[in-house]
Design a protein around this ligand. Sequence first.
Ligand code: ZN
Ligand code: FE
Ligand code: FE
Length: 283
Amino acid sequence: MVYADPMSATSTLIGPALPDYHTHSRLCHHAEGTLAEYRAVAARRGLPALAVTDHTPNPVGYDSENRMGLSDYPCYQEMLRQLQDGHAPEVLCGIEADYHEGCEAYLPAWLSQQPFDVVLGSVHHIHDWGFDNPERRGDWARVDVQVVWREYFALVTRMAATGWFNIVGHLDLPKKFGHRLRDDLLREIAAPALDAVARAGMAIEINTSGLRKPVAEMYPSPLLLGMAYERGIAISFGSDAHRPEDVGADFGKALALARAAGYAEHATYRARRCTRMPLPAAI
Ligand code: ZN
Ligand code: FE
Ligand code: FE
């Protein structure tokens, strides 16, 4: 694939490479490094683009310790604007929006007012339990794991039906600490959610951060990725980097996973419109 290189007079063959559509910033209070450092790693790894997708702010106090406040949002916009400087890799303006009980009161109106290139939709909470929060990990000992997965995918189904988002973040996040489901149960429980994702025209991401978590597996599992492929659901790639050195991490493994599931294309976004691009043969 040929990308224009603004640092030289001619086009440069970079890659093969994939854009990273899931990265964070220090504004969420649990990430480190500057966005310039994130982009420097993306450049070093030959990525054609980087979407910054920090956690959404909100006016209702939801999970406020893990995200920017509404008063920080102008700073986020300015940090992104400073990277719109014509240098490669291109930095896209995105957000990781939480779908949670009560978000209807503010999220659709707020999202529609923002100039995002791409919006990830993620479920991190069931009722008031941040089930993937390491500080709440102990709560897993007190729940029925199968019920948690059912509630989780019911929320993903509702999220997809809203039409507010482009890409489902980390589709099987409840496995983060190792709480897996049997394949037959997972297939049954996830099918309605994937049907809703397909109906909504949303993509899902291959998120490599699971490799850095106790489950030691990318999101989603090969089983779920195969179910997505059967439904014609597009894929993007994300590191979920919360520090510069994780940008583009393990994208070679992610590409191999996509190809093994049958995928030949990936989804790219600009101004929230999707364009499917051919996958590179290898990284
Ligand atoms: Zn985060
Ligand atoms: Fe997330
Ligand atoms: Fe994230």
